[in-house]
Every structure is written in structure tokens, then in C-alpha cells.
Design a binder for this molecule. Structure first.
Ligand code: ZN
Length: 207
């Protein structure tokens, strides 16, 4: 914790002091253009990677950047609450789902369920995306385990984009052309961000 306390002091004495006017303007309200949904993984830092400032990104993070389909969780669906707020109140123009390399959630999904017997919440949460594993097992049967995981990380992003469309207000916003969906993949070791191109059906470097 000491490191964090030192960090807070450093923030207050240097960054905040220099940007006091900016933070004062920001304190009244937020008006982000982007809803950024990504993994809880400590190595993923959306603001660093996109060089964004406070107020730019409305961020939802969870294990495996999973968006439960509309009817998958009856109530207390925190992701759905964030979606409603971002789309209907903040009126974000873009929704990004960003997966990443070596995602622990995809490892959990890939491994034997018995290994996670004592972690029922984790097991059930990642199971929301179990279709991704079935797809990979079906279409890439002879691929190595590590490559399967890389494929799953990307397939998972595409699956979550589909899940977003199961929310009626998102489907409507897409139809009206007031919201756009983007599937991203962050390669931590390469510092690279790839974006899904539906025309070529592949993840490509952002131009
Ligand atoms: Zn992850």
C-alpha cells in the first residue's frame, strides 16, 4: 500500500497542481464519447494505451471483458446497468470491446471446470462465454493449446459484440446510426492494438 500512498501524494503535488483548471472544469459533469469495455487484468490500461485523459472514456472492466447476453442474468447485471447509463444517459457514440493477449479468463474457460471447483463465481462468470470455447474446439481441433487460447481471446471479443446487440436499446441505437461498435485486441508484449475489420473478417493494425 505504501507505493499507492506515495503515488497519491505525487499525483496531488505534481499532475493535479499543473492541471487544476482542467480538473475543476471536469468536476461538474462527465461527457465521454466512448464506452470502453475491457478485462480487469492489471496489465491492461485503456487510458495509457489510447493516451486518453480523465473524462474521455467511460470504462467497464470485468474478468474477460464479458457482456452477459440480455437475458442471461435476470437482474443485478452490473454490465447492463453501465450499458444503459453510457448509451441512454451519456449518449456515447462508440462502444469498444477490447480483449488482450494471455487473458486469464480465457485460460479458465479453456481449462477443466474441476480445477475451479472452489471458485463458483469465476467459473460461472466465464461460462457466459463458453460458446467461444466450443467454436475454437470445433474449428481449430488440431491447433496447439496456446494458439487456441490466442484465438479464443479474439473470438471472445466478437462474441461480446454480438451480445451487445441483444440489448434492445443498443440494437435501436445501431439501427439509427448513433452508436458504433468496435472490437479491439491488445497485444501486451508487442504494444499493439488490433481492430476487427468485418470486411476482411480479421483483426488488423489500426491505421
Ligand atoms: Zn483478461
Amino acid at each position: 500500500m505504501e507505493k499507492l500512498y506515495r503515488g497519491i501524494h505525487k499525483f496531488q503535488e505534481s499532475y493535479f497542481k499543473k492541471e487544476e483548471d482542467f480538473f475543476r472544469r471536469l468536476s461538474g459533469k462527465q461527457d465521454p464519447d466512448v464506452l470502453f469495455i475491457t478485462c480487469a487484468d492489471s496489465r491492461v490500461d485503456p487510458t495509457l494505451v489510447t493516451q486518453s485523459r480523465p473524462g474521455d472514456l467511460f470504462i467497464v472492466r470485468n474478468v474477460g471483458n464479458i457482456i452477459p447476453p440480455h437475458d442471461a442474468i435476470k437482474d443485478k447485471n452490473s454490465v447492463a446497468a453501465a450499458l444503459e447509463f453510457a448509451v441512454l444517459v451519456l449518449k456515447v457514440a462508440d462502444i469498444i470491446v477490447c480483449g488482450h493477449s494471455n487473458c486469464g479468463a480465457m485460460k479458465v474457460l479453456f481449462q477443466d471446470e474441476k480445477e475451479f471447483r472452489d471458485m463458483p463465481h469465476l467459473r460461472e462468470w466465464v461460462a457466459l462465454s463458453k460458446i467461444v470455447r466450443s467454436h475454437v474446439e470445433q474449428y481449430y481441433p488440431n491447433t496447439s493449446a496456446s494458439l487456441k487460447e490466442r484465438i479464443m481471446e479474439k473470438e471472445n471479443v466478437l462474441e461480446q459484440l454480438k451480445n451487445l446487440e441483444t440489448y434492445p436499446f443498443i440494437a435501436q441505437a445501431l439501427e439509427k446510426g448513433v452508436v458504433y461498435l468496435h472490437g479491439w485486441y491488445y497485444d501486451i508484449g508487442a504494444g499493439e492494438v488490433l481492430s476487427f475489420n468485418p470486411v476482411t473478417d480479421s483483426f488488423e493494425k489500426i491505421p
